[in-house]
Design a protein around this ligand. Structure first.
Ligand code: PBG
Length: 336
């Protein structure tokens, strides 16, 4: 066998790819259960597990079932679960009073889970869409989503969630000034330790469709959310939003959706230096599931690759409907 003529490569990058142990040894990023936040949909009733049609494999859980799920999540070291309510239709109004009802679905769920599973963090969204007869994240008056009027309701909602025991608030409403308003309310009401993970770079996206089914907001929503969620064409704005939210008192920031916005995961984490999370949203989940169900992609490796992509882009962690499945696999090395 003769050596190929010069210029012969001095480096052979394939040396480091030749075996599984070598690839693991040089891997730059890793996924761990501690990177994963698990969103769970809560519904009324007892012993209920209700499939979400557009998210195969995801169920809405009644509070008793959510306690079991939270316990399983804590056992595989998922640090945080995020609860989203499927509010009964008759409780949705144009004034969104149910958002700050101390006994609304997520507040009851939070108290019950905190009592039964003290070792897992609970994150609650602050936004009006699950409670709004108009389907929007803010109050609608004469067809317009009102900013400052909405802030007054969000403040009450945030305080009701803090009182229920939420550890992290996730303002996802995209009203101007909400982070500062919520932070001030928390300080003034003796909740200095409640964290805020701001949905800072939240885009007006087609990928939220299945989520709106899951929380039952699809029917009510007229039009789109483009007057408050960000334009997918913009990049610098995401950075401005993240810096402003940190300035107003957010502890962590989020980019949402995930996969179409990896550039922003990278920019925001690098340029703010703050813990940066990505939300792999319902539509991303639905795409992977649909393609896998058709035999068009290999489901398990597509999921792992999608999650690793967020870590590679610089994310601190990921909100994903796959959290439980992946954390279970990671904590049982024999299964992967
Ligand atoms: C509510 C909210 C949405 C999501 C999280 N919080 C939907 C929206 O803004 O319309 C989407 C999550 C997902 O699609 O998985 N403000």
């Amino acid at each position: 066998m003769t050596t190929p003529p010069a210029p012969f490569p001095m480096g052979r990058p394939r040396r480091l790819r030749q075996s599984d142990w070598m690839r693991r040894m040089v891997a730059q990023t890793q996924l761990s259960p501690s990177d994963l936040i698990w969103p769970i949909f809560i519904c009324e009733g007892e012993n209920v597990e209700e499939p979400v049609a557009s998210m195969p494999g995801v169920n809405r859980l009644s509070i008793d079932r959510a306690i079991v799920a939270a316990n399983e999540a804590a056992n595989v070291e998922i640090p945080v679960i995020a609860l989203f309510p499927n509010t009964p239709e008759n409780l949705k109004t144009s004034d969104c009073e149910e958002a700050y009802n101390p006994d609304n679905l997520v507040n009851r769920a939070t108290r019950a889970i905190k009592a039964a599973v003290p070792d897992i963090g609970i994150m609650l969204d602050v936004a009006l869409d699950p409670y709004n007869a108009d389907g929007h994240d803010g109050l609608v008056r004469d067809g317009e989503v009102m900013n400052d009027e909405t802030l007054m309701i969000l403040e009450r909602q945030a305080l009701s969630h803090a009182e229920a025991g939420a550890d992290i608030l996730g303002p996802s409403d995209m009203m101007d000034g909400r982070i500062g308003m919520i932070r001030r309310a928390l300080e003034q009401n003796d909740f200095p330790n409640v964290s805020i993970m701001a949905y800072s770079a939240k885009y007006a996206s087609a990928f939220y469709g299945p989520f709106r089914d899951a929380v039952g907001a699809t029917g009510a929503l007229k039009g789109d959310k483009k007057t408050y969620q960000m334009d997918p064409a913009n990049s610098d704005e995401a950075l401005r939003m993240a810096l402003r939210d940190l300035d107003e008192g957010a502890d962590m920031v989020m980019v949402k959706p995930g996969m179409p916005y990896l550039d922003l995961c990278s920019r925001v984490s690098r340029e703010t230096g703050a813990p940066t999370f990505a939300y792999q949203v319902s539509g991303e989940y639905a795409m992977i599931e649909a393609a896998a169900a058709n035999g068009w992609i290999d489901r398990d490796s597509a999921i792992a690759e999608s999650l690793l992509g967020f870590k590679r882009a610089g994310c601190t962690g990921i909100l994903t409907y796959y959290a439980m499945e992946i954390a279970q696999k990671l904590s049982d090395p024999m299964s992967i």
